[in-house]
Each structure stands twice: as structure tokens, then as C-alpha cells.
Design a protein around this ligand. Structure first.
Ligand code: GSH
Length: 161
């Protein structure tokens, strides 16, 4: 079976996690949106079927269409022996990937705290403030431990303790 990866052709972004797994597994795949007519095919896929993907990346594996980076990697990890075989091991690796997902969003928000449609130059001041509040270096060890390490995605305020 040849996988079909759907991701924005102009950036590496979250698609790169999937590409790395596919490459590591030696799996055959086509990077659909990088080919002719691929963008149109990708946009169409997001609007069809009873369980359409919400946003790229998504992977077509036979009849399956799998969205969410961590979900795709969970699938590929088991299928290609990239993840441990035990349930505990699989869940641990999935947990790590979900933590990475949170972390990626944290990093994104340090540059685009007001939204992805505005340029970084248009949100420099809030970006600076967001970065100060995000960096583990800016938080005291006590506040970090109380908040289960804010930089890993905890939404609770922690500065005033
Ligand atoms: N949690 C999702 C996030 C998907 C996501 O936000 N994809 C971005 C590109 S990296 C996107 O397509 N954003 C534009 C949109 O949602 O319309 C994942 O990990 O796959």
C-alpha cells in the first residue's frame, strides 16, 4: 500500500513529523499537495466523508483517513514497529508525542500570540510578553513544579506564588 500524505506544500511544519516516521519505516508514500493538482485534492478531502480531517497533516492509508499528527504517528508507530509493542510502551510514546504537540503550540504562540493570520512584526510586544511567560527559564522551580511545568501546556497562572 502506498500512503498518501496531505500537508501544506510551502512549509515543513507538522507534516515533517509524519515524513520522518514514513522515511524511518521505509514506507512508500506520496506527498500529495507537493504534486500537480495536490492542493485542490487536499482541500477536497477536508470537506468529504463522514469523518473528515480538520486540518493538515492527514494521512490516507487505504480506506482510512487519519488526522492529527500524534494520531497519525500512533498509527504508523504500531504498524511499522517504530513504537514499543506493549500497551504501556505505546501509551508512553504517544504521551511523549502529545507533550511535543503542546510544546509546539507553546513555541508557536511565542511568535504569534494574537493569531497566525498576523505577521510577527505586527505582534512583537505581545509576543515578548508571551515569551517571558512561557520560558521555563523565567519561572521559579517552585512555581514550575506546582503547575506541572507550565511550559508543557498547563493553562494555570503561576507567577504570583
Ligand atoms: N493538532 C493538529 C493541528 C493541525 C494544524 O493546526 N495544522 C495547521 C498547519 S501545521 C493548519 O493546517 N492550520 C490551518 C488551518 O487549520 O486552517 C495536529 O497536530 O495535526
Amino acid at each position: 500500500m502506498k500512503y498518501e500524505l496531505y500537508y501544506w506544500p510551502m512549509i515543513q511544519g507538522r507534516g515533517e513529523y509524519v515524513r520522518l516516521a514514513l522515511e524511518d519505516a521505509g514506507a512508500a508514500y506520496v506527498d500529495v499537495a507537493r504534486g500537480s493538482g495536490g492542493m485542490g485534492a487536499m482541500m477536497k478531502m477536508m470537506g468529504e466523508g463522514s469523518t473528515p480531517p480538520f486540518a493538515p497533516p492527514f494521512l490516507k492509508a487505504g480506506k482510512l483517513v487519519i488526522g492529527q499528527t500524534a494520531n497519525i504517528l500512533f498509527y504508523l508507530g504500531s504498524r511499522h514497529g517504530l513504537a514499543p509493542k506493549t500497551e504501556a510502551g505505546k501509551l508512553w510514546v504517544h504521551q511523549l508525542q502529545l507533550t511535543i504537540t503542546d510544546f509546539v503550540l507553546e513555541i508557536h504562540d511565542t511568535h504569534h500570540p494574537l493569531g497566525p493570520s498576523l505577521y510577527y512584526e505586527d505582534q512583537k510586544a505581545p509576543a515578548k510578553k508571551r515569551t517571558e511567560d512561557t520560558s521555563p527559564a523565567g519561572a521559579s522551580p517552585m512555581s514550575i513544579s506546582r503547575c506541572s511545568r507550565s511550559w508543557r501546556g498547563c493553562a494555570m497562572p503561576f507567577r504570583s506564588e
